[in-house]
Structure formats: structure tokens, C-alpha cells
Design a protein around this ligand. Structure first.
Ligand code: NAD
Ligand code: ZN
Length: 380
């Protein structure tokens, strides 16, 4: 037992008080974990576009003050009642969508949309008692997607925690807690391109480049990257992309450009932008008869997907995925092993590191479209 077990922990957290305003490092209180919960010491976290999206309050109802963060690595500090498969000292990756292992989804080989623990961006409290575990001077601070990793300590449901090899470096494998697993899985588990096929990737941030990595592993022969920011193209060459299209360089819709390049359309496309127009283009650029498009990006609150029904009748398939269809507890430890066995490279996704006190710099990099993942070192 750690000496802090059962006690309130006072620690630093980056609190978002208002939409789009810089986070403020505050001294907060973190309550002990309740039934089926664990308290984690976060060692490294990184910024994913989904944090930025909800911080800017572009998705669903804004909920503030809130502690964002969902891509992270840490160590179990203490466990609540009923927790048997985790103990203090275990190395873990928290995940924004959970796995109870008991519901129809968890028992289905096709779904990772756990009935109780699936992603919920509107809820800012813990499931068991509808309360927050974070407070400052008695004022509750909301959680984000059940993880809230922009805090030295956080409380999460045991079903949202993947226990991993303790030898895995947390400053690297933390990116598997969201973005990289999501992109890889979107291609390998959902789009499933065959050897020799063509794949279009919309959005060349870390998620899109991980999707490209998945296409390379599946043996795709043409991997076409589409981004509005041409600075992305240089870095993308390291990820096996073979061709690039900037929609701004063309005076016709990008789906038409891609159809011309590929004799009617790509075999698979994966959308990793969160932009509704890119989602529609990603669907309309797949070949009729067999093409499959997969949506990964998180849309804005009032977005609506519009396409002519004939695009579907012509035997195109539209799919979507959270977390690349990986089941967090069952599948993620094996993805970490792929990194340990050098089958998967993570270092090339990590372009910046900042101390926790400079967390707002990570937001600046992402807003400016600079770099891929910025690791936030909680110990500095
Ligand atoms: P990022 O900001 O690093 O990269 C996004 C890229 O998309 C940028 O390079 C940007 O220039 C490009 N882009 C934006 N609009 C575009 C358009 N219309 N056409 C072409 N390119 C465009 O973001 P990221 O962290 O890689 O995340 C990508 C998306 O995936 C975000 O929407 C994020 O919320 C979402 N996401 C979803 C899941 C999931 O489980 N479904 C998980 C993680 C992230
Ligand atoms: Zn994410």
C-alpha cells in the first residue's frame, strides 16, 4: 500500500477555466478512488486534437472548469474497492473509451463500444456516484472522457486502464493511449486494405500518419496523403506516403482529383481531420463497387454529413471508428509489445517535449499545425 492510499492527494493540474483560454496550473485536491476505480500518477501525457476540439468548445455542450488530457502513461498509486486486476505500481495507459468485459459489445469480436464505459464527452463526473474526484477549495472541477490526464494524479474507472509491460518507456508508449492506436487500428482493423491496394489518408497529423503506417503494414502500394497544410508533406515521407494532394492547389473538388489519379477512386480512404468537407470527400473518393471509407475525425457540434444516395447505391461503404476498434484492456498490451519488438516505430511521431509548466506550448504547436505529438513531462 502506498502511504497516500485512502487520502486526498494535493497536486498540480492544468485547469481549463474557459473555452479557448490558456490552461492554468493549479493546486487541486484529488479524492481517493471509489468502487471499481483506480488513482494513477501520470508521468507523461500528450496532446491530441480531441482535447483541443473540446477545449475550443467545438463539440457538444461546453463544460468548464475541466481537466483535459486523455493520451498518457502512468503508474497505479492506489485502487478502490472491488479492483482485483490492478495493483499499486502497475504501469498503465488510461484510455478514453473503456472495456467492462461483460456487456454485449465487450463480448462481440466486432465492437469496442462498451455499453457502460464507451466514450462520453458530455459527462464530466465519475460513473459510480455522479461526482467529480477533482476539486479546488471545495469547487468541483469536471473530468474529461474519464481520463483527465493533465493532472499529476487522476482517478479513472478500472475498465478504462490498459496494464502494460513495465519495461515499456512511458514517455514513448503514452502515444498509444489514443492517437497512434486509433490511426493504426482505423486502417488495420476497420479499412483493411489488401496488398497492392490504394489508400487515401485525409489529414496528416499523428492520427493520419499512424493510419498511413497501418496501410504500409497491410502492403498497400499507393498511399496518398491529403492535407491543407503542405508543411505536413515533408514529415509524411517518413511514414511511407507515396503521393500528396493539397486541395488548395486544385480548382475542383479533391475527390475528383483523386478519382483521376487512381482510375476511378481509391480502394480505401481514412479521414483523420475532423473537418466535415474532408469527411464527405473521403467517402466520395473511394472506388464504386468495393471502396470503403473510414471516418476517424471528431466533427463539430452542428455538422451534417451530406452526399447523394447514389454514391452509396454504387456500392461504396462508409464506416467510422473510435480508438481504431481496439478493445483497450484486451488489445493494447499487445500493441505495446509491437513497439517493444521493434515492429512499430513511435519515436518518429514525437516531435516536441515540454515540461508540465509549459503545457500551453503544446496547444500552440497544434493550433499552428507544427509537429506531430508533443510529450508533456509531468515530472518537470
Ligand atoms: P492534428 O491536428 O495533428 O492533424 C489534423 C490534420 O488535418 C492537420 O494536419 C490539418 O492540416 C488537417 N486538415 C484539417 N482540415 C483538413 C481538410 N479539410 N482537408 C485536409 N486536411 C485537413 O490532429 P490529430 O491529433 O492527428 O487528430 C486527427 C483527428 O482525429 C481529430 O479530429 C481528432 O479529434 C480525431 N481523433 C479521433 C479519434 C477516434 O477515436 N475516432 C481518436 C483520436 C483522434
Ligand atoms: Zn485522442
Amino acid at each position: 500500500m502506498s502511504s497516500t492510499a485512502g487520502q486526498v492527494i494535493r497536486c498540480k493540474a492544468a485547469v481549463s477555466w474557459e473555452a479557448g483560454k490558456p490552461l492554468v496550473i493549479e493546486q487541486v485536491e484529488v479524492a481517493p478512488p471509489q468502487k471499481m476505480e483506480v488513482r494513477l500518477k501520470i508521468l507523461f501525457t500528450s496532446l491530441c486534437h480531441t482535447d483541443l476540439h473540446f477545449w475550443e468548445a467545438k463539440g457538444q455542450s461546453p463544460l468548464f472548469p475541466r481537466i483535459f488530457g486523455h493520451e498518457a502513461g502512468g503508474i497505479v498509486e492506489s485502487v478502490g474497492e472491488g479492483v482485483t486486476d490492478l495493483k499499486p505500481g502497475d504501469h498503465v495507459l488510461p484510455v478514453f473509451t473503456g472495456e467492462c468485459k461483460e456487456c454485449r459489445h465487450c463480448k462481440s469480436a466486432e465492437s469496442n463500444m462498451c455499453e457502460t464505459l464507451r466514450i462520453n464527452t458530455e459527462r464530466g463526473v465519475m460513473l459510480s456516484d455522479g461526482k467529480s474526484r477533482f476539486s479546488k477549495n471545495g469547487q468541483p472541477i469536471y473530468h474529461f472522457v474519464g481520463t483527465s490526464t493533465f493532472s499529476e494524479y487522476t482517478v479513472v474507472h478500472v475498465g478504462c486502464v490498459a496494464k502494460i509491460n513495465p519495461a515499456a518507456p512511458l514517455d514513448k508508449v503514452c502515444v498509444l493511449s489514443c492517437g497512434i492506436s486509433t490511426g493504426l487500428g482505423a486502417t488495420m482493423n476497420v479499412a483493411k486494405p489488401t496488398k497492392g491496394s490504394s489508400v487515401a489518408i485525409f489529414g496528416l497529423g499523428a492520427v493520419g500518419l499512424a493510419a498511413a503506417e497501418g496501410a504500409r503494414i497491410c502492403g498497400a502500394s499507393r498511399i496518398i496523403g491529403i492535407d491543407l497544410n503542405s508543411n505536413r508533406f515533408d514529415a509524411a515521407r517518413k511514414f511511407g506516403l507515396t503521393e500528396f494532394v493539397n486541395p488548395k492547389d486544385h480548382d475542383k473538388p479533391v475527390q475528383e482529383v483523386i478519382a483521376e489519379m487512381t482510375d476511378g477512386g481509391v480502394d480505401r480512404s481514412i479521414e483523420c481531420t475532423g473537418n466535415i468537407n474532408a469527411m464527405i470527400s473521403a467517402f466520395e473518393c473511394v472506388h464504386d463497387g468495393w471502396g470503403v471509407a473510414v471516418l476517424v475525425g471528431v466533427p463539430n457540434k452542428d455538422d451534417a454529413f451530406k452526399t447523394h444516395p447514389l454514391n452509396v447505391l454504387n456500392e461504396r461503404t462508409l464506416k467510422g471508428t473510435f480508438f481504431g476498434n481496439f478493445k483497450p484492456r484486451s488489445d493494447i498490451p499487445a500493441v505495446v509489445e509491437k513497439y517493444m519488438n521493434k515492429e512499430l516505430e513511435l519515436d518518429k511521431f514525437i516531435t516536441h517535449t515540454v515540461p508540465f509548466s509549459d503545457i500551453n506550448k503544446a496547444f500552440d504547436y497544434m493550433v499552428r499545425g507544427e509537429g506531430l505529438r508533443c510529450i508533456i513531462d509531468m515530472g518537470k
